[in-house]
Design a protein around this ligand. Structure first.
Ligand code: HEC
Length: 395
């Protein structure tokens, strides 16, 4: 019953996280697009930075952006912040249900570092907080005055964090933590910089003063960072379902390259919307890097397709010892209510049916068993690999 409740909680939190995330990223994309699409109008009032006409849902919209603020505060002002806060909160609780409650399965990998559940959770929480503090200090330091230098230093630190996580957590948890770290920085940018700066500007206007433009500038810089971080953070989240990424021995390198790809694609669209032309070279480099990743993941220092003879009976024995505690019609493993993802590995026919997935999860990568819960050996992985490479024959 508790297992089922946790499964539902996982699903509902994931659903919420997705919805809030769409609302946040959708509005963020919209405002970046709007900012980039502003042009000077002939009839524009002093103090107005630019204008844009839009058509959507059968109506015309006219928007103007002020360089600093309008002369008077309008009676009704719409703020955009809850999308960010709720995305972070739902994501945090989802991570808790999956990676903290299920730490032994998902977070900890004894082969990487034998941590207790408490230690692993402590490290996870501390790393997220530290990541934000380091980033925030960096932006406020003299380095933060130069956008290009800041971007390079920030990128190097993120890649270092990605590598660091792979030295502490399971490969899958390492990827998720890079996503969580970026997401935390993005949400904290909204909560601790963008919104407070907007509040200060509004307070100055209420006091009859002209708002200090530095508040807007600071908020704009953080907003720009969030813009470039959006695509990488989404990748880090969805790649959790693709062991071809995090399961590679150099998974952190893959993530580093994806961050560059995401940044390039974002940059292409930013330039396009600013009316600075279609700079296809950025998309071309992104495409080449993606193709490069296919080759990179094909290359794997662990060779497991050795030419030994393996029968389906051998494979069934391995599966019975290492997989069916979970992947059975009636799982016996504590905390597993039903066969995960409907993957049953009890009969020869089932093993054959899931051969490609078994190869992906337990041969090419060590994603399964999670946290190597059933202590599968290297030799057994090689045997599975040999059976599948020879065509997963049933006789
Ligand atoms: C301790 C329980 C446990 C054991 C043991 C286990 N698995 Fe899994 N398996 C899971 C869970 C949990 C998932 C779902 C993971 C997720 O949510 O992405 C899963 C998912 C899978 C999937 C589907 C992956 C996908 O995303 O489509 C395959 C294939 C798989 N396991 C194969 C294996 C093989 C092969 C073994 C034995 C070598 C094994 N598992 C051992 C718990 C286990």
């Amino acid at each position: 019953m508790l297992d089922l409740a946790l499964e539902w909680l996982n699903l509902v939190l994931r659903w919420m996280h997705l919805i809030f995330g769409i609302a946040w990223i959708g509005s963020s994309f919209f405002f970046v697009w709007l900012d980039n699409s502003l042009r000077k109008g002939a009839d524009q009032q002093p103090g107005v930075l630019g204008q844009a006409w839009l058509i959507h849902g059968g109506g015309f919209y006219f928007t103007e952006k002020y360089s600093v603020a309008p002369a008077r505060l309008p009676p009704e002002l719409h703020w955009f912040k809850y999308e960010a806060y709720f995305t972070w909160l739902s994501g945090f609780f989802l991570m808790g249900v999956l990676y903290y409650v299920g730490a032994d399965l998902y977070l900890i990998d004894d082969k990487v570092l034998p941590l207790s559940q408490g230690e692993a959770i402590g490290f996870s929480l501390a790393s997220l907080a530290l990541g934000w503090i380091v980033y925030d200090l960096l932006c406020k330091s003299p380095l933060g005055k130069n956008d290009a230098v800041l971007a390079i230093v920030g990128f190097v630190l993120l890649v270092a964090a990605a590598w660091g996580y792979t030295q502490v957590f399971s490969a899958r948890a390492a990827y998720l933590h890079v996503g969580a770290l970026i997401g935390t920085i993005m949400a904290a940018n909204v909560a601790h910089n963008i919104i407070p700066n907007q509040r200060k500007a509004v307070a100055q206007m209420l006091a009859g003063e002209t708002p200090d433009p530095t508040y807007g500038k600071q908020a704009k810089q953080r907003s720009l960072h969030n813009n470039y971080l959006t695509l990488p953070v989404l990748f880090a989240m969805i790649s959790n379902h693709y062991p071809v990424t995090y399961g590679h021995p150099y998974g952190w390198v893959i993530l580093a390259i994806v961050m560059i790809i995401g940044g390039l694609v974002r940059h292409f669209f930013n330039l396009k919307n600013q009316g600075r032309g279609l700079r296809y070279e950025f998309l071309a480099i992104a495409f080449l890097l993606t193709a490069g990743l296919v080759f990179f993941t094909h290359w794997d220092p662990r060779h497991r397709d050795i030419g030994i003879e393996v029968t389906v009976e051998d494979v069934q024995k391995i599966a019975a010892a290492r997989c069916t505690p979970c992947h059975a019609a009636k799982p016996t493993f504590d905390g597993i209510a039903e066969a995960p993802k409907g993957v049953l590995l009890e009969t020869p026919a089932e093993l054959r049916r899931f051969a490609a997935l078994i190869s992906q999860q337990a041969v090419r990568t060590e994603t399964m068993p999670p946290g190597n819960a059933t202590e599968m050996t290297e030799e057994e992985r090689q045997m599975l690999g040999a059976w599948i490479a020879a065509g997963a024959k049933l006789d």
